[in-house]
Every structure is written in C-alpha cells, then in structure tokens.
Design a protein around this ligand. Sequence first.
Ligand code: OGA
Ligand code: MN
Length: 276
Amino acid sequence: MSTAADQLQIRHLTPRIGSEITSDVETLLSGRVAAQIRATLEQRGVVFFRGLQITDEQQVAIARTLGTVVAGEGQDGIYKISLDDTVNQRAKYLKGSLFWHFDGSLQPYPNLATLLRGVTLSDTGGQTEFCNTYAAYDDLPQPEKDRIAGLRVVHSAERSQYYVTPEMSYDEIAFWQKSATKECPVVWTHRSGRRSLLLGATADYVQGMPVEQSRALLARLRDWATQPQYVYRHEWRVGDLLIWDNTGTMHRALPYAADSGRLMHRTILAGEEPLR
Ligand code: OGA
Ligand code: MN
C-alpha cells in the first residue's frame, strides 16, 4: 500500500535534466515507489541515488520493480563496464562509450533504461554526461523540425568504431561490418506523443541524402542536443546508483585511463516501445 511516507524526495540538479532522489534500499526493493521513479525518469531523463551502497542482487531486484531485466547481458543481470580488457573482454567496444550515444541503437528496440552503479572510481575523469533529447527536440525551431521530420538514419557498429580506432585495418572493418545495421528515425514519436532525437556514435548516414550533407546534419543536431542547457554531468561517488531513460537521452563517459580501476555494474531494462 502506498502511504504519504512513500512520497519521494526529489531534487532537480538542472532545469532540464537530472534529479537526485532520496530513498532507502528497503523502500526501493518494495516496489512501492517504482511508478514514481519511472515517471520522474521520463520527465527528468536521469535520476540517481547518492551512495546507496547496494549489492548486485539488490541492484537487479530494484531493476525488476521498474521493468524487464535483460538477461544474457553479463552474469545474473549484472554486466561489468570497464575499459580494462582483463576485466571485460569487450573493453575495446566499450571505448565507444566515451562518445555520445544511446544504448541498444542496433537492437530491434532501444533499451528502456539503464541502471549503473559506481563500484570503483578512477582518480581523474570518468564522469558520465547525459543530454535530454526530448528537450533538445522541443526547442528546435519549427523549420528545422519540418526539415528532419521523416528522415531515417542508418546506425552501425562499424561507424562507432571509427571514433575509437580512426585508422581501422581491413580486417577490423570486416569484423565490425558483420554486425547488422539498423535504420532508425531521427525523430522518435513516442506513444505518449512526446518526440525525442535519435543520434549518437552509431549514426552513420541519413538515407537518401548526399554523404557530406548527411554528416553535416548529424553533427549539427548533435551539437544542438548537447548544448549545456540539455546536459547533466554526474560526478560519481562510490555506491551511487544512477538510472537513465535511454529513450529520451544520450550519454557518454568522460575519458579515464583503462588501467584506472574504474568499474561500473550495469543492469539493462528491455525496451517496451518500437521506433516509429
Ligand atoms: C554504458 C555507458 C558510461 C559510463 O554503460 O552504457 O555508456 O560512464 N557507460 O561508464
Ligand atoms: Mn552506454
């Protein structure tokens, strides 16, 4: 049963994105505040619980109150985010996380949300930045909205790897080209009627547009969406649990050393809504 005591304490960090929620592990595990958290996530793009200091099992249990945990990523719903290839064999792929992106851009449905817990931090760098792609779309001048309505972008793993390894060998290119590409609209019209922008490091080119024009447009929209008024930068403390609405934000990690020891535990919630 929901009681007045379950009203969450929510503090907005910037006008357009990012809120700190104060709660305790028992309340979060009970699921009583799950609907409130989901609503806050959709409005604020990213929320966090400072220094919650939970276990992996508790992280997955909290995730289950919010949606459907994607099995198959990592062990029992926990995937280790590290740039150290002795910790995560896909460390090279994860270097793409230093560039603006949303998760699951190559999947049939983008993920609904991601939970990330700070286990070990780097001494320098390693903050995570988020931008609100609902707010960025809303603020576009009407002629720009008209110009991009209906445009479709091809996303590929190969494209995002050029950020990590600008001079890929033939074998490297052939490897990344084995991953299927995915076509996404630039403007996602959600069931709620709200619209967000879908851009990011996997965005390769706009269908049917000359390549120079297409790259320039994608860069211009990214510049727009990542202006300071749409961005929240999270300065991690050990034990923080952070959740982002992956359908209305992009994110990136600021650079940190692969051998810094930085380790995040990630749990992903499955997408609930197809792109259209
Ligand atoms: C991710 C991601 C950013 C970070 O886990 O999907 O992009 O700060 N992480 O580690
Ligand atoms: Mn990511």
